[in-house]
Design a protein around this ligand. Structure first.
Ligand SMILES: NC(=O)c1ccc[n+]([C@@H]2O[C@H](COP(=O)([O-])OP(=O)(O)OC[C@H]3O[C@@H](n4cnc5c(N)ncnc54)[C@H](OP(=O)(O)O)[C@@H]3O)[C@@H](O)[C@H]2O)c1
Length: 253
């Protein structure tokens, strides 16, 4: 994720200097190839940067925070992209005055089509939050939300790409079963997903209106929709979203 964010900023010529630190220096080659400077100690990075991104897995946070122990946070802005870790938990370790933004991005950032949700603690000024929003906006859309919704939003943007991939796989598998070439089905279905999303965004019509437009009484579309609802499709999605939020709460701090 860190590389996706950094490379996106470079590609968009966002005015900034980049520095990176990772306990695994094998990762440095990729970052150096986009002009980011290697720091061999965390302290070096903290001294060099005004805005510091934490992009480690939630289970690695405690050791990362322990490495920072005692380092003055000053006027620095900290941005965490870890699922489930609250600004309060980070502030308890970084210091009560620490400026913390919590972000939930997604992997389509890699192709500048990301969707990121942000929130911040009270120490962060509107200008600073706007700056972080500008960063993520280089890589797609970025919305500001209340922190209490940060766990629930993961199903909407952080984890949903995996569901879309599963959806594509299910359609391609279904097409194959009916004798359609896999690659051809993949191309047609992906374009159908893209086109449908474009219809939603460019017409301003609701999903329900667009469903009505493509569904004639007794027709084939009604048959596919009825069959999905008999399998409790909408309910299954809502259940899966609740499971995602519960998991964020479990791993969260
Ligand atoms: N992937 C997604 O779709 C997605 C979406 C939204 C948010 N996120 C969040 O993004 C964060 C990063 O995810 P990722 O998939 O990019 O993780 P990742 O590939 O594991 O990258 C994290 C890097 O940080 C290193 N690291 C771990 N602990 C460290 C420490 N104490 N000091 C220095 N370096 C350390 C890791 O080294 P090792 O490999 O040796 O552990 C690894 O190279 C996670 O918190 C995740 O919740 C991910």
């Amino acid at each position: 994720m860190a590389y996706a964010i950094a490379s996106g900023l470079v590609e968009k010529n966002f005015p900034c200097r980049l520095f990176h630190f990772d306990r695994d220096s094998a990762k440095y080659v990729r970052f150096e190839s986009i002009g980011s400077s290697s720091c061999w100690k965390l302290e070096e990075l903290l001294e060099a940067c005004d805005t510091v991104f934490f992009a480690v897995k939630p289970q690695n946070f405690d050791e990362l925070l322990a490495q920072m122990n005692g380092f003055p946070t000053g006027e620095k802005l900290f941005v965490s992209i870890a699922a489930g870790i609250s600004t309060g938990y980070l502030a308890a370790s970084l210091g009560r005055g620490a400026k913390i933004v919590r972000a939930m991005p997604n992997t389509p950032l890699l192709v500048s089509m990301g969707a990121t949700a942000l929130c911040a603690n009270e120490q962060v000024t509107p200008q600073e939050l706007c700056y972080v929003q500008q960063i993520f906006s280089q890589l797609g859309v970025c919305e500001i939300i209340e922190e209490e919704l940060m766990n629930a939003i993961i199903a909407v943007n952080g984890s949903s790409p995996a569901v879309v991939y599963l959806f594509v796989k299910a359609f391609v598998d279904g097409a194959k079963e009916q004798g359609i070439d896999e690659q051809l089905a993949f191309r047609l279905f992906c374009q159908s997903v893209l086109g449908s999303v474009e219809m939603l965004q460019s017409t301003g019509k609701s999903p329900e209106e667009l469903i009505r437009m493509v569904t004639s009484p007794g027709g084939t579309t009604l048959a596919i929709l009825d069959s999905l609802e008999q399998s409790h499709f909408s309910e299954a999605i809502a259940d899966s979203m609740r499971a995602c939020t519960r998991r964020a709460q479990e791993i969260g701090k």
